[in-house]
Design a protein around this ligand. Structure first.
Ligand SMILES: [Zn+2]
Length: 387
């Protein structure tokens, strides 16, 4: 399975992945998902929000146990963030079937749409729409760098943007969700363990800072006459680092849009995205408030996810099935966190990443650790589907 997808959306020069939602690479990956489902005789469904579900058994009879992840990537992302969870889901199902296991309740494999938000700026679009956390009107109006709205992009992909929104029927099918994911940090290296289980997801959010100025000629405009929005932006980036250190949180400006984006022009507008997270919600909110005031920018909340504590009973079952794997919190957002915050009992299994690097081509997982992840996932699904 890995060999079938590893070239899709890969930048030949950097070896990083470019798998924007609804891009040709994403559509190709979705087709691959459908083929893998068909090969196993699973019932493939696409819900109103573009999420894919492959079912073994009928979830309208009884809510199922669902595993899976996403296939889109950040720009210049790694191979494992997302696809490892989808490939491991199919592999775990194969392992269970090879053992002759017959699930007592339906078993589903999910592929959530646009988890990373690389194209439209809002992460977990598929699961947020499914659960009603993201307003469908707001989603339809999101635009990519080309100025195309999500509604237009969906229509071009043959989907109906009018169908977006909370999907009760699909939600009813999901009794439990377990997402396997490559670790995006170094905890498992320090604990010398190939597999871990998530305790919680830090509160996190994205804010767009719009710095307005006056576009003008870079040569003929005297310094004194300039209204250059790059300057307050630069000061805000430095201030964000200091405020984060003081508050014990993390803050990142990792994306900017400069207009007109010419080497010989003073910008008229600098838009920059702040990503802020931390173990303490109040500290994250205080940082954003401080930066909003300091920057003088026009600030828009693009997403906010409060702390997600995964279901404790389910977590204990997953830990037991995983043979006592360590439990760790994470600073990364996931579809499992969105489902958990919407009341679906959810859990996460992490697979060690020897580089500790993620959202980069250096992201990695050793084959033996991936196999350990599949073995643990199969044990978890076997336990959850046994009765
Ligand atoms: Zn991911």
């Amino acid at each position: 399975m890995w060999g079938a997808i590893e070239h899709l959306g890969r930048d030949g020069r950097t070896r990083g992945y470019l798998r924007d939602a609804w891009s040709p690479a994403d559509l190709e990956l979705r087709r691959w998902f459908g083929q893998e489902a068909a090969r196993r005789g699973l019932d493939l469904r696409e819900d109103r929000n573009g999420n894919l579900w492959a079912w073994w058994g009928d979830p309208s009879v009884r809510p199922g146990v669902v595993t899976g992840s996403h296939l889109d990537s950040v720009r210049q992302g790694g191979a494992f963030d997302g696809p490892l969870g989808v490939v491991s889901a199919f592999a775990a199902l194969d392992l269970l079937r090879a053992r002759g296991f017959r699930p007592a309740r339906p078993l589903g494999i999910a592929c959530f749409t646009d988890e990373e938000g690389a194209r439209f700026g809002v992460p977990c679009v598929g699961s947020r729409l499914l659960t009603g956390i993201l307003d469908p009107d707001r989603a339809r109006a999101l635009t990519d760098d080309e100025g195309d709205s999500l509604a237009e992009v969906l229509r071009a992909a043959g989907r109906d943007p009018g169908a977006l929104g909370r999907d009760e029927e699909t939600l009813r099918h999901v009794g439990v969700f377990v997402e396997l994911h490559v670790e995006q940090g170094k905890d498992l290296i320090h604990r010398d363990a190939p597999v871990g289980v998530a305790s919680a997801i830090w509160p996190h959010g994205r804010w767009r800072f719009d710095f307005h100025g006056q576009a003008n000629h870079a040569g003929t405009t005297r310094l004194a006459d300039r209204d250059d929005p790059m300057l307050p932006f630069a000061r805000t980036v430095l201030h964000a680092r200091q405020a984060a250190e003081r508050g014990g949180v993390v803050a990142t400006f990792g994306r900017t849009r400069v207009s007109p984006n010419n080497a010989n022009a003073i910008p008229g507008l600098v838009s920059a995205w702040l990503d802020a997270r931390g173990g303490d919600e109040e500290a994250v909110r205080a940082l954003v408030a401080e930066l909003t005031e300091f920057s003088g920018a026009e600030v828009t909340v693009e997403s906010w996810t409060p702390v997600v504590d995964f279901d404790a009973v389910l977590r204990e079952r997953v830990v037991a099935a995983a043979g006592g794997a360590p439990v760790l919190p994470t600073g990364a957002g996931h579809d499992a966190g969105i489902l958990a915050s919407a009341g679906v009992p959810s859990a996460m299994v992490f697979v060690r990443n020897p580089t500790g690097i993620s959202h980069s081509p250096d992201e990695h997982a050793e084959t033996a650790d991936c196999h350990a992840g599949v073995t643990v996932l199969a044990a978890v699904l076997e336990d959850l589907c046994a009765s």
